[in-house]
Design a protein around this ligand. Structure first.
Ligand code: UD1
Length: 419
C-alpha cells in the first residue's frame, strides 16, 4: 500500500504552478454530454477524480481522448447508457453531475444514490427537487434514482440552501428545456461560473452565474466548444498554507487572487504577508510571530469548507487559540483525531472546534480520512519534528495533481513509498 513519508521541512521556498480546478472540470466534462458535437477541454488536471469521470463518460457512450494533465477531447454522438453505476458513484459523489445532462439529452437518467460519506450524509434532495420542478418524474429502485421526462420545461426554482452540485445539475438540465428557468439562492462558486462559461460557448443562454440568481433561457440544441479550466482555488489555498505552516516564502503561479480572498484575509490576520504580483500570489511567513484567528466556513464567497482542515493544521502552530466553525458539512472534523495524535490540542463541540496554538507537533503514523483531511495531515507533517507517515493517500490523489512533486520542488522532504 502506498504511503507518504514526510520529514520536517521548514521554510518552503520557490514557486509552484497551480493546476486546473477539480471542481470545475468535473461538471464541465458532464456538460459535454449535452451536445453530439466534439468538445475540447484544456488545462485538465491529472487527478483520480477526473479518471473516474472519464470512466463514467465512456460507460455512457462518450469517446474521451487525450490525457489528464493536458487536453481532453470528448465526443458523444451516441448515448449507449443513461446510467451512473454504483461502483463509480461510491468512488466519487460528483458522478451525480451526469444526471442533469443525461436527462436533458436522453430524456432519462439512472444514477446510484450516493451513500453515507466521510464528511456527512450529503443528500441529493435539492438536485431532485429542482429536476422535478423542470418536469422530470423521479423514482427510486434498488438504491438508484431514476429521472425521466419527455420534455423539460423552464421553472422558477428556489434552493433551500445554495448547493454547488444542485445548482450545476439543475442548470445543465435547464439549458435544453422549453422556456426560462430561474434558480434563486443559487451557489455562487467560481466553478459554477466556469461551467456556465463553457455552456454559453456551446450556445446556451445563461445569465447571472456568480450571483445568487441564475437565469437560463432554454435553447433547442448545443454545439461543441473549446474551454480552458480555471486554476484550482483549493489547491492554491493549500499551497498558501504550506508556505505559512513552514514559515516559508512561496510564489504561487496561476493563482486567481479574487478566488482565495477569504484565505488571504485570514492569513493576513495571523500575520502572514500575502501579496499579488504580476507572476502570481506571494505568501511570505518568514518574519514576525504568527497569531491565531477564528474561521467560519460558508458558501462562496465565504471561507471555503475545503480549506478548513488545512487552516486548522496551521492554527495548531501559531500563538494563541482559535475557534473554527464548520457550517457547510455536519461532520468534517475527521482530521482532528489524527492531528491530535501528532501532538495538537483540538477539542470539538458540535460544529465548533477549539484549536490551541503553539503545539509541538511530532511525526506519527496517521491516515487520510478524506481528500482535504489528507492535505491537512501532509501540511502538519511538514511542520512536525521527526517523520510522519500518511496512509490512505488515494484520497489525496483524488484531488491534488503531482502533490509530492510540487511540494518537493519547494524543498519539502516528502516521498511516496510503497509498503
Ligand atoms: C461541492 C464540492 C466540494 C465542496 C462543496 C462545498 C464539487 C465536485 N465538490 O460539493 O468539494 O466541499 O461543494 O463547497 O464541486 N446538501 C443537501 N441536499 C442536496 C445537496 C447538498 O442537503 O441536495 C447539503 C450537503 O449535505 C452539504 C451542503 O448542502 O451539507 C453543501 O453541499 P454542496 O454544495 O451540494 O456540495 P457538493 O456539490 O457535493
Amino acid at each position: 500500500m502506498a504511503k507518504y513519508r514526510i520529514r520536517q521541512s521548514l521554510a518552503l521556498s520557490g514557486e509552484v504552478a497551480i493546476s486546473g480546478s477539480k471542481n470545475a472540470v468535473l461538471p464541465i466534462m458532464a456538460a459535454a454530454l449535452l451536445t453530439d458535437e466534439r468538445c475540447e477541454i484544456t488545462d485538465v488536471p491529472a487527478l483520480r477524480d477526473v479518471d473516474v469521470m472519464r470512466g463514467l463518460m465512456c460507460g455512457i457512450g462518450a469517446r474521451v481522448n487525450g490525457r489528464c494533465g493536458g487536453v481532453l477531447e470528448i465526443a458523444t454522438e451516441g448515448i449507449a447508457s443513461e446510467e451512473a453505476p454504483n461502483e463509480l458513484v461510491k468512488k466519487m459523489r460528483a458522478s451525480v453531475l451526469v444526471m442533469g445532462p443525461l436527462l436533458a439529452r436522453a430524456g432519462r437518467a439512472r444514477v446510484a444514490l450516493p451513500g453515507g460519506c466521510a464528511i456527512g450524509t450529503r443528500p441529493i434532495d435539492l438536485h431532485l427537487k429542482g429536476l422535478k420542478a423542470l418536469g422530470a418524474r423521479i423514482d427510486s429502485e434498488n438504491g438508484y434514482v431514476i429521472a425521466a421526462a419527455d420534455r423539460l420545461r423552464g421553472a422558477n426554482i428556489y434552493l433551500d440552501s445554495p448547493s454547488v452540485g444542485a445548482t450545476e445539475n439543475i442548470t445543465m438540465a435547464a439549458v435544453l428545456a422549453e422556456g426560462t428557468t430561474v434558480i434563486e439562492n443559487a451557489a455562487e462558486e467560481p466553478e459554477i461560473v466556469d461551467m456556465v462559461n463553457f455552456l454559453n460557448k456551446m450556445g446556451a443562454r445563461i445569465k447571472g452565474a456568480g450571483t445568487n440568481t441564475i437565469k437560463i433561457e432554454g435553447v433547442k440544441r448545443l454545439g461543441g466548444a473549446r474551454h480552458a479550466v480555471i486554476p484550482d482555488r483549493i489547491e492554491t489555498g493549500t499551497f498558501m498554507l504550506a508556505a505559512a505552516i513552514t514559515r516559508g516564502r512561496v510564489l504561487i503561479r496561476n493563482a486567481v487572487p479574487d478566488h482565495v480572498k477569504p484565505v488571504t484575509a485570514k492569513l493576513k490576520e495571523c500575520g502572514v504577508d500575502v501579496r499579488v504580483s504580476d507572476d502570481g500570489l506571494i505568501v511570505d511567513a518568514r518574519h514576525g510571530a504568527l497569531m491565531s484567528t477564528d474561521i467560519r466556513t460558508l458558501p462562496y464567497p465565504g471561507f471555503p469548507t475545503d480549506i478548513q482542515s488545512q487552516f486548522m493544521a496551521f492554527l495548531t502552530t501559531v500563538r494563541g487559540s482559535g475557534i473554527v466553525t464548520e457550517n457547510v458539512f455536519e461532520n468534517r472534523y475527521m482530521h482532528v483525531n489524527e492531528l491530535n495524535r501528532m501532538g495538537a490540542n483540538i477539542k470539538i463541540e458540535g460544529r465548533v472546534a477549539i484549536v490551541e496554538g503553539d503545539c509541538r507537533l511530532r511525526g506519527a503514523e496517521v491516515f487520510a480520512t478524506d481528500l482535504r483531511a489528507g492535505a491537512a495531515l501532509a501540511l502538519a507533517g511538514l511542520y512536525a519534528s521527526g517523520t510522519t507517515q500518511i496512509s490512505e493517500i488515494h484520497h489525496i490523489e483524488r484531488g491534488y495533481s503531482a502533490f509530492v512533486e510540487k511540494l518537493t520542488g519547494l524543498g519539502a522532504d516528502i516521498a511516496r513509498v510503497e509498503e
